[in-house]
Design a protein around this ligand. Structure first.
Ligand SMILES: Nc1ncnc2c1ncn2[C@@H]1O[C@H](COP(=O)(O)OP(=O)(O)OP(=O)(O)O)[C@@H](O)[C@H]1O
Length: 523
């Protein structure tokens, strides 16, 4: 009868254990996936919200490594590490208690051996922290190098940079291998040391217990059980060490991820925004001082008044601060001192929605997102109808080439055959801006990379695009300047000339000289 009872208990425990494990696996997986989903979304939303200043200094490769390898490391801990820790600790505690109950002296020996065990664990924990931090940094550098090379593949090929890149990547990948080897070597030292502590503990229990068995103070069966318990105590510690290993690796990754999540936008949304539903487009710089860093001022005490509806052309030597001025009008950055206003409202107080609707910047790169041509134009007004999209394309003269594309407006811009030229890309981005219909439009060197026929097409498109709105054009080509009402010549963050194109050409200043040499180059 007792045998049947024992067997029944054993069976019940076995089946109960299996059911619990099954349940645990599902619940743990659900929890892990929920945490990962949350983290993944938070990193994306947060990095997208961060200001341009962050993105101009934090390379895209580093952001990618936060989203990929760092998150994977955290997932590995949640996936496997936690149950190892829980089962390891429970197993260890139960074994120790059981050992004390059957023979307290053996239990005491094991408790004393806890000191070298603790020291060993602490050493391992400290070392692995250093190694995994290093590993996260190098792993990010490997991804950065890869992303940078692939993003700049045209420049890489043009300058035959492949061999140098191979060397640099090989060097980084080698460093990554080395740091991984160090973590494996650490484990390789830790495991035998753990086994040595276990063996010494068993030996001590055997020695002390053996003496007592010979003296008749202890039964041989109890000694055998004590030795088994001591061995059992150490067995799950390896699992705990595995946990510590993934824990350290995940902590290093989490440090990196939270570093990004703790970044605050340097251009914060206003707490008490002013509504400006229909902006007129009056832009003013009032005693603005700005620098990207504290030690270098780019725009010193800069003041400028652009009445609504005026078209301004910004001209000047490279590095004069033209793009910086445009970034301040778009509120990609805030001034260090002074203010930039739209219709007399400080941009810092404008509701972000109103700001984005009122001020649009078209950059030289004219980025097209994956999707159709129509999708890309509709970016300017997400709820636009197909008729509005077509009308916008027609207005800037983009409809001709779009209709010739394999699927017209439904052509996927990233698919073969859907690829468009630089000028066509520019026209699509003009159509996008036209549809957005902002009160203020900024064009940053929009025509710099075009050939003459495309440029002419674009000049026509520009005329339509700029009508009835405030426009700031940064142009190196003087042909673009001709359509402006007013030309500003910038140098070292200051305006040195400010007049109509005709008046400046007639004068003897910098612009007149620039214009004269441009005319000569045309002959
Ligand atoms: N993100 C940045 N971080 C630090 N310095 C910057 C940054 N962007 C520009 N600068 C510096 O600010 C100065 C003005 O740059 P800006 O791009 O405004 O000149 P620009 O007149 O538009 O020149 P270009 O005609 O060559 O585009 C330059 O000296 C440049 O080095």
């Amino acid at each position: 009868m007792p045998t049947i009872l024992v067997v029944a208990i054993y069976l019940t425990a076995g089946i109960g254990g299996a059911v619990l494990i099954g349940w645990y696996v599902v619940v743990a997986a659900r929890l892990t996936q929920a945490v990962m989903l949350d983290l993944r979304k938070r990193i994306f939303l947060h990095t997208q919200r961060l200001s341009l200043e962050f993105h101009e200094s934090y390379t895209s490769g580093r952001i990618i490594s936060r989203q990929t390898s760092d998150l994977d490391t955290i997932r590995e801990l949640l996936d496997g590490g936690l149950n190892e820790l829980v089962s390891g600790v429970l197993y260890g505690v139960f074994t120790l208690v059981a050992l004390f109950l059957i023979d307290w002296q053996s239990g005491l020996i094991l408790a004393v051996m806890g000191l070298p065990l603790f020291l060993l664990m602490r050493w391992f924990y400290g070392r692995s922290q250093v190694i995994y931090r290093e590993s996260r940094v190098i792993s990010a550098q490997v991804i950065v190098k890869f992303v940078e090379t692939m993003t700049g593949i045209r420049a890489v090929k043009a300058f035959r940079k492949e061999p140098r890149n191979d060397d640099e990547f090989g060097e980084l990948a080698g460093q990554y291998r080395d740091v991984n080897m160090r973590s494996i070597r650490l484990f390789g030292t830790f495991e035998p040391a753990l086994m040595a502590v276990a063996s010494v503990s068993v030996a001590l229990v055997l020695l002390w217990g053996g003496g007592r068995v010979i003296g008749g103070a202890l039964e041989i069966g109890v000694l055998a059980a004590a030795v088994l318990y001591v061995r059992n105590f150490f067995a799950p510690l390896q699992e705990v060490a595995f946990f510590l290993n993934s824990y350290q690796s995940a902590t290093a990754a989490l440090e990196k991820v939270s570093g990004v999540l703790e970044e605050e936008p340097t251009v914060p949304d206003p707490t008490d925004p002013v509504d400006l539903w229909t902006a007129k487009g009056h832009v003013r710089f009032d005693e603005v001082t700005f620098g990207y860093s504290d030690d270098r001022v780019i725009l010193p005490h800069f003041s400028l008044d652009i009445p609504a509806g005026q078209t301004i052309a910004l001209v000047g030597t490279t590095g004069a601060g033209k793009s910086t001025l445009a970034k301040l009008v778009s509120r990609f950055y805030d001034p260090t001192r002074g203010s930039v206003t739209l219709d007399d409202v400080d941009l810092r107080r404008l509701h972000p929605k109103d700001l984005r609707r009122a001020i649009v910047m078209v950059t030289q790169e004219a980025y097209l997102f994956s999707g159709t041509v129509a999708d890309n134009i509709a970016l300017g007004k997400p709820d636009a109808t197909m008729d509005e999209i077509r009308a916008a394309a027609r207005a800037v003269g983009a409809d001709g080439f779009i209709e010739k594309l394999p699927d017209g407006y439904d052509t996927d811009v990233n698919k073969r055959g859907g690829r468009v030229s630089a000028g066509q890309r520019q026209l699509i981005s003009f159509a996008r801006a036209f549809l957005a219909d902002p009160a203020v439009l900024i064009l940053d060197e929009a025509t710099a990379s075009l050939d003459i026929p495309s440029e002419r097409l674009i000049q026509d498109a520009l005329q339509t695009l700029l009508a009835d709105r405030t426009a700031i054009i940064i142009a190196h080509r003087l042909s673009t300047v001709a359509i402006a009402d007013r030309v500003l010549v910038m140098e070292h963050g200051r305006i040195i000339e400010d007049d109509t194109p005709a008046a400046l050409i007639a004068g003897t200043g910098t612009f007149a000289q620039l214009h004269a040499s441009w005319r000569e180059s045309l002959v």
